[in-house]
Design a protein around this ligand. Structure first.
Ligand code: ZN
Length: 197
């Protein structure tokens, strides 16, 4: 092999595998995972200790490069301007936190249904009125809220308005079987609507 060919090979290998970058030990070349502050005002510390110097505080969804494998004892090591800093792992999330808030709509009557003939008659085994395939844990029917409205039902969880069939302050919660729908019975629960900012 000529010297020229050898040098070209080395160059290609360096480009492909970044040997030079590792040799330099640059902070920018370490493996990191992007995470986001899940609250405003979380402290960023100079060392992983509550009494370490506070370098800065977060805004909601400030993004950080977390050092891969740099999580230990509830602390996460993050890349800072001139080295590393530390933030509590509980103050970080894998994705951005949606900005908005829950607004109470007051108490609703809630009941359960499935897509059997008893519950839906001629619409049995079909799609919802909004065209989605209904899913337990997501689909609810409500005549007084627009399709796609995100709803939180007190003590039950989060749902999406996808179906019709009831009117007024009444929510029909979709279940995968008639038995579980029947078990829901009639419950009066406070309902919240998600309002994005
Ligand atoms: Zn049914």
């Amino acid at each position: 092999m000529s010297k020229m060919k050898f040098l070209m090979l080395v160059t290609v290998f360096t480009m492909l595998f970044g040997f030079n970058a590792y040799a330099d030990g640059e902070i920018n070349d370490i493996a990191t995972v992007t995470k986001y502050a899940n609250k405003e005002g979380a402290n960023i510390y100079s060392a992983p200790a509550d009494d370490a110097e506070v370098l800065d505080t977060t805004l909601l969804n400030t993004s950080f490069e977390v050092v891969y494998g740099g999580e230990c004892d509830n602390w996460s090591q993050i890349v800072a301007d001139d080295g590393f800093a530390f933030i509590k792992t509980e103050d970080l999330s894998d994705t951005e936190t949606p900005k908005g808030h829950w607004v109470s709509l007051g108490k609703y009557k809630t009941t359960g249904y499935c897509n059997c003939r008893k519950c839906c008659g001629k619409w049995a085994n079909g799609k919802t009125a909004s065209g989605t395939v209904p899913a337990q844990g997501r689909t609810i029917a409500c005549g007084s809220l627009p399709f796609g409205t995100e709803i939180l039902i007190e003590g039950m969880g989060q749902y999406t308005v996808e179906d019709r069939g009831v009117t007024g302050k009444h929510i029909d919660v979709y279940y995968g079987s008639h038995g579980t729908a029947w078990n829901h019975g009639v419950k009066y629960r406070e309902v919240f609507k998600w309002v994005a900012e």
